[in-house]
Design a protein around this ligand. Structure first.
Ligand SMILES: Cc1ncc(COP(=O)(O)O)c(C=O)c1O
Length: 376
């Protein structure tokens, strides 16, 4: 008798489905003038300082990258006034999640606590490590229920994930609540606070978990350069934790996990404050335009969740996938949310005013079409 090829945790694993690339839609439909509002990328492109650094590097690409990622680690640590021993860099912040799970969780033995409707990578990483995942429902505003997350933790729980602000809901947890959570939970639990959208936050009662490191020792804070720095294609992010935890994660990390491009891009981008400010300003304007337009679509039953990020989670009157398909035909790529357990919702990334207006125009047409179909 042959044995199973893989365990049931792999057999039942649903792979991550990224936003549809522009080129793919071009190939499929033979159309151009496509706008992609599906992956929360920076509409302004990459940080110009990062581009300059990458261009200067190109003739040195025959060398292996620095396995210790010295310059990146130094740049990220000095950016936060930390020591290099408190920082690990990754092939996107996604990789830091993977390293954390592999480092701190016993395969097939421990449990993990994850909020429903949060970043899909958490569940995928934990399931592929055969952990017992405790999925915690969100509250009625699709916000994290930190009280319920704390209650779900027991002696088997090795890791809990908090995206703050969260993807795909755009919601955030207040500093007070996060501090209380970190105070209440047992010392043995690693808490990973993912701050991918940190730069876009405007709420006064939000604070980065970097300011809470004295409350709970086993804390990892991750940041990415994929969003506000416009470097999603480079794959660059980092994590901050105690020297002990970073040391253990470095033992698990692949030796050349950060490529040479990432290694020059990170120091340059972190120094590009002007670009970050511009990105945040464009985002703010995009959000105002999209929200005002969605208000005008309320007659169709459209609604949305207030966001602290570079996207809006928008409720549709019919299945979000239907609207998504119709928008694709019109050259607008958004993100359907059925895979996140939110079948009536779409996630729309924020961008420049013109792109938001085009998206709203097409959305109105699609809503008119589908609501007439339903009425017939
Ligand atoms: C909450 C959250 N964390 C992490 C990531 C991934 O970031 P990176 O591109 O650095 O892997 C994303 C990407 O969408 C995200 O939404």
């Amino acid at each position: 008798m042959t044995t199973e090829l893989v365990g049931s945790h792999i057999e039942t694993l649903k792979p991550y489905v990224p936003g549809k690339p522009i080129e793919e839609l071009e190939r499929e439909l033979g159309i151009d003038d496509i706008i992609k509002l599906a992956s929360n990328e920076n509409p302004l492109g990459p940080s110009p300082k990062a581009i300059e650094a990458i261009e200067a590097l190109l003739s040195g690409l025959h060398y292996y990258p620095d396995g210790a990622a010295h310059d990146m680690v130094r740049a990220a640590s000095s950016f936060h006034n930390l020591t290099p021993a408190e920082v690990i860099t990754g092939n996107g912040s996604d990789e830091i999640l993977t390293i954390a799970v592999r480092t701190f969780c016993d395969y097939g033995k421990d449990s993990a606590v994850i909020s429903k409707h949060s970043f899909a990578a958490y569940g995928i990483r934990c399931q592929s490590h055969n952990l017992d995942i405790r999925w915690i429902p969100t509250d009625e505003g699709l916000k994290y229920d930190l009280g319920a997350m704390a209650e779900a933790i027991d002696e088997t729980t090795k890791i809990a994930f908090i995206a703050n602000p969260n993807n795909p809901t755009g919601t955030y947890v207040r500093a007070k609540e996060l501090r209380r959570f970190l105070r209440e939970i047992p010392d043995h639990v690693v808490v990973l606070v993912d701050e991918a959208y940190h730069q876009y936050v405007e709420a006064d009662d939000y604070a980065s978990a970097l300011s809470m490191r004295d409350i709970h020792e086993r804390l990892i804070v991750t940041r990415t350069l994929s969003k506000c720095y416009g470097l999603a294609g480079v794959r660059v992010g980092y994590g901050v934790s105690t020297p002990e935890m970073i040391d253990r994660m470095n033992r698990v990390r692949e030796p050349f996990n950060c490529n040479s491009i990432a290694q020059v891009a990170l120091p340059a981008a972190l120094g590009d404050r002007e670009f970050v400010e511009r990105s945040v300003a464009v985002n703010r304007r995009g959000r105002a335009v999209l929200e005002a337009g969605l208000e005008e679509l309320a007659e169709f039953g459209v609604d949305w969740i207030p966001s602290q990020t570079n996207f809006l989670l928008v409720k549709m009157p019919v299945a979000g996938r239907k609207i998504y398909d119709e928008l694709l035909k019109r050259g607008v790529i958004v993100r359907p949310m059925d895979g996140y357990g939110l079948p009536d919702w779409l996630r729309i990334s924020l961008a420049e005013e013109e792109k938001m207006k085009r998206c709203l125009r097409e959305l109105r047409e699609v809503l008119q079409l589908v609501t007439t179909e339903v009425a017939q």
